[in-house]
Design a protein. Structure first.
Length: 173
């Protein structure tokens, strides 16, 4: 939304409608699919976690997006002991998709539910490490050579110590 504030008013309205529609459809869901958002390597074990408010029966299907949503895999949901995961979900399942080995984009769908996963990718991992390193460099404490600026110079203040309360300490590290 912050980025969109620089774009015309019509886009904001479209964005608001899209968010409202997505939220309203998600509010009616009782099950959700969690996948590795970075994707999976072709030869690795691959599984998705399904969390649900109600007990699920049946299995799942995987569709290949590059082939117009063609069914490429069916499998069974395997119950996972719930333990104390917290939240409002009482049922947990694993969906093993390790048989997917072809690079591409897929979607996982629960058989007895309209729940569909976000895009499940098989192939090399994206280059997220570059983004993470950039973030770490710009958030660096003390002198930041990337930005040519100092940060966190006066973040630390003493309380109940040998120095007077409120004494500023350089917290760069």
């Amino acid at each position: 939304m912050v980025i969109l504030t620089f774009i015309g008013r019509g886009v904001k309205v479209v964005w608001a409608v899209a968010v409202a529609a997505a939220c309203s459809s998600a509010l009616g869901q009782t099950a959700f699919i969690r996948i590795n958002q970075a994707g999976y390597l072709p030869d690795d074990r691959k599984s998705a976690v399904v969390i649900s408010q109600i007990e699920l029966h049946g299995g799942f299907s995987v569709m290949d997006e590059s082939r117009g949503g063609r069914l490429v895999l069916k499998g069974k949901l395997i119950g996972i002991p719930s333990g104390n995961w917290g939240g409002k979900f009482g049922f947990y399942y694993s969906a093993d998709v390790s048989r997917l080995r072809t690079t591409g984009s897929y979607r996982l769908r629960l058989d007895n539910d309209k729940t569909i996963s976000s895009q499940l990718k098989i192939g090399p991992y994206p280059r997220y490490h570059e983004d993470l390193l950039f973030f770490m460099r710009q958030q660096r404490c003390g002198y930041n050579p990337l930005l040519g600026a100092f940060c966190h110079q006066k973040d630390g203040k003493t309380e109940y110590g040998p120095m007077p309360d409120g004494t500023i300490i350089d917290a760069a590290g």
